[in-house]
Design a protein. Structure first.
Lengths: 282, 153, 374
């Protein structure tokens, strides 16, 4: 018995990358590069979504969009060189070609957050997938209550988007606290874990949504601290990361218990992960 | 109420402190100020005081050959500075430096220890205030040790 | 109820001829490397005539039957995914042209496959892969193309293999849907014949071209009896109704440590499983970097690379990898695709080099969880 034989829309094969050029490349910290890529005919993206970026002949990796969703002139991605593909991506220069598929996945719950206070907890490079959400929160500032960004990172030299954070702090209606794990003696900011900042935020519990993104260990502790501060599991959203090959739910790699991180995430409401975050090797 | 007594009662460390206990610890306390760059104490010195920050930020730091001075923790208004006064050999394990102008309550550690020894109810009360801070710092240190933002293997 | 007809072995050859005349490439069971595998079939003599198989945990041997049955064996190491969700598939290739790169999507092949001799468990497996690869927001174009012109001839199982448990999974031994034609083989008092019924209009059309006659009531009763006897002689059994809840409630059960001491993480179970769909991708290029391509190939959740993330594997231990495979198959598959990922074919039991038996593993967890009163 044959399946329904619809027209095969090859032009829309989700596995074939579109060839795009790098418009701009700039350093954003140690081993970290932000690439602006021409958008071509890419669909608009939601804050929190990701693209699959290919270096031809090397491979493909998922990279979150880190720019403004309203910027239709470029697709911005912030990449840290950790493996062969991400390293090759960070070495691309202006004018070079790369492959792009996407955008994939869901996004941060921007609509649900309207009328609420929002606290964003970003660990390390986890600030990159949160930045589009920050842009959107700030551009529609009147729709949201108090906005707080807590950014934890390794050392002052590792602070992502440092100058932009300073500018937000000066000019925008957003509370920002940055903390590092260790610092040279001229550092005047916080030193210590990001979870400690959570207890100092004046939450209006019952009216606050938390967006959390960072290393999984840090997210576990951040969730615990947010719950201690009075937030319910259903108000905490986190962006998960797993090995990803296809981004469309075919390859099976990104499974995290019952979910495919690519298809059902990467953003999950904490109560919907059913405690899996606390199990080893899931 | 005397000024210092109110200051003690208002400090988060002593929140909800019993009147009688307040009278006991009051005798060990005094107000102190540090200018930016002053050291509250230095590694290796006798831990004969503890500080309850009323205003300002303090860096806990250590010196590493080749890496210079490294701040591993900052403490802010409301925090307790110093834990080594609690247990022998009562010796500081790091430097504490004022990152800005700092006002604090300094407690004479020997005085407080003696009062805790004489009145175990007070001792238990003080322990219940110190131990959560210890645990919180231990957990924080544990996450820092994991170097979660560092380079993967 | 569709009308049952009867065919002689010559009539069945006429079916193969009719399918070839319609341009189908017929894939069916053949003998190779001392196993029943699926390959091109043109004549009934290509089938494993007079052979059966003896299957147990970690054991597979062919054996002679005392008749000339064409379908007197259970399933072998192959499943239809070899032809529908192929082991290797090039996705695209690309070429550097001056300072540009031209990417060309690999055109999907639509080989017009007739699958001949598909068992009920395998029909269910195909339906499951349809859900996985075609049922979501995205469609796998290569799978879709290979599935689109299939003609499926199912065979109701006249023998149960030693590791079969389709009866308890409600996936067999009788084919009930998903076929164009379904056969039941009858050898009775030396007379060899096949009951045949159509499941689709195309099946009816093909059947009308065959030298079939109305099946006798006796033969229909005989076929029912054969199927009942197959259902009763299953080598294995799995209580499947609550297995999802059972496993998810016992993700830290000591049995996972136990099975980890036996499991070699070789991935055989995932390769023989007719529903396992996981793939990986690999890029290649020529030495000059002018020609590049990306292929996908079957992957297995038993490899370390499968869950590789930032310098290490998420599931580094054997325990975690076996648990992932089994809980996915029997539990989280329900969450993802609203069906079990297991059809009770028994391949993973037979082809496990150390004889790990999925039904035994479930039973062990069930029994100890009952002892513990949970």
């Amino acid at each position: 018995m044959a399946i329904q034989s619809d027209k095969l829309a090859l032009a829309h094969d989700p596995m074939t990358p579109r060839v795009m050029r790098v418009l701009k490349r700039c350093h954003d910290g140690p081993q970290t590069v932000t690439l602006d890529i021409e958008p071509g005919d890419s669909a608009p993206f939601q804050p929190g979504q990701f693209n699959m970026l290919s270096v031809f002949g090397v491979g493909e990796v998922p990279i979150s969009l880190s720019g403004a969703p309203t910027d239709h002139d470029r697709l911005r991605h912030t990449i840290r060189a950790v493996g062969p593909v991400s390293t090759a991506l960070t070495r691309l220069s202006k004018g070079e070609c790369l492959g792009l598929r996407g955008p994939f996945g869901n996004g941060w719950p921007m609509q649900q957050a309207e009328g609420h206070d929002v606290v964003l907890v970003a660990g390390g490079l986890g600030l990159a997938p949160l930045r589009p959400a920050i842009y959107q929160l700030l551009s529609e500032r009147e729709r949201y209550g108090r906005i707080t960004l807590l950014h934890g990172t390794r050392s002052p030299a590792d602070i992502l988007f440092h100058r932009e954070i300073m500018a937000w702090r000066r000019h925008r209606n957003i509370d920002i606290e940055v903390t590092v794990d260790h610092a040279p003696p001229d550092w005047r900011g916080h030193v210590g874990v990001v979870t400690r900042l959570i207890s100092s935020v004046p939450f209006e519990t019952g009216n606050t949504l938390a967006f959390v993104c960072g290393p999984e260990v840090m997210m576990r502790f951040a969730i615990a601290a947010l719950k201690d501060a009075g937030l319910g599991d259903e108000t905490i959203y986190l962006s998960m990361e797993r090995n990803m090959k296809c981004a469309v739910g075919f390859c099976g790699h990104c499974q995290f218990g019952p979910v495919f991180v690519c298809r059902d995430g990467p953003v999950f409401r904490h109560d919907r992960l059913g405690g899996l975050l606390n199990l080893k090797e899931i | 109420m005397r000024g210092l007594e109110r200051i003690i009662r208002d400090h988060p460390f002593f929140a909800g402190l019993d009147d009688a206990f307040c009278q006991l610890v009051y005798g060990c306390a005094k107000n102190v100020r540090f200018a930016e760059g002053d050291y509250l104490f230095r590694e290796g010195e006798a831990a004969n005081r503890l500080y309850l920050l009323r205003q300002g930020r303090v860096a806990l730091e250590t010196k590493t050959p080749g890496r210079g001075t490294l701040i591993f923790r900052t403490l802010n208004t409301g925090d307790l500075v110093g834990l080594s006064w609690l247990v022998p050999p009562y010796r500081w394990a790091y430097d504490a430096r004022a990152l800005e102008s700092v006002r604090a309550i300094a407690m004479d550690a020997a005085c407080l220890r003696q009062k805790c020894e004489e009145d175990h109810d007070l001792g238990y009360d003080v322990m219940k205030r110190v131990v959560p801070i210890l645990i919180e710092r231990l957990h924080g240190t544990q996450i820092q040790l994991l170097d979660v933002y560092g380079d993967p293997v | 109820m569709p009308e049952q007809q009867s065919l002689t072995p010559n009539g069945l050859q006429a079916l193969l001829d009719a399918l070839q005349a319609r341009g189908y490439r017929i894939i069916g069971p053949t003998l190779r490397d001392q196993a029943v595998v699926y390959d091109d079939v043109q004549s009934l003599t290509d089938l494993p005539v007079g052979w059966t198989d003896v299957q147990e945990a970690g054991h597979y041997r062919l054996a002679r039957r005392d008749d000339d049955a064409l379908f007197g064996y259970a399933v072998g190491p192959h499943s239809w995914k070899h032809y529908l969700h192929t082991p290797v598939q090039r996705l695209w290739h690309a070429k550097h042209e001056r300072d540009d790169i031209i990417v060309t999507t690999e055109p999907p092949e639509a080989p017009r496959l007739a699958l001949f001799g598909v068992r009920s468990c395998e029909l269910h497996a195909i339906a499951i892969q349809d859900r996985v690869l075609l049922g979501g927001h995205y469609r796998d174009v290569h799978y879709a193309a290979r599935r689109q012109d299939n003609f499926i001839v199912a065979v109701n199982c006249a023998v149960a293999g030693g590791t079969c448990f389709c009866a308890s999974m409600h996936t067999g031994p009788k084919a009930v849907a998903g076929y164009d034609l379904a056969l039941t083989e009858i050898i009775d008092e030396g007379e060899h014949r096949f009951l045949i019924e159509a499941g689709t209009p195309e099946g009816v059309e093909v059947l009308s071209e065959l030298p079939a006659r109305q099946a006798s009531n006796e033969d229909i009763a005989l076929a029912d009896a054969i199927l009942a006897s197959t259902a009763e002689s299953m080598g294995r059994e799995m209580q499947a109704d609550d297995v999802r809840e059972l496993l998810l409630a016992h993700l830290e059960h000591p049995r996972w440590d136990d099975v980890a001491t036996r499991c070699l993480t070789c991935g055989n179970c995932t390769l023989v499983c007719p529903t396992c769909f996981c793939t990986s991708e690999e890029d290649s290029s020529d030495l000059t970097g002018t020609e590049m391509a990306r292929s996908r190939r079957w992957d297995s959740c038993f490899t370390m690379d499968f869950s590789y993330l930032h310098g290490g594997s998420v599931r580094a231990s054997h325990r975690a990898r076996y648990r992932q495979w089994m809980t996915h198959k029997l539990a989280t598959w329900h969450d993802q695709f609203d069906t079990s990922g297991c059809v009770g074919c028994g391949r993973c039991i037979t082809w496990c080099p150390v004889g790990i038996d999925i039904t035994e593993e479930v039973k062990a967890i069930r029994e100890t969880s009952q002892e513990a009163g949970s």
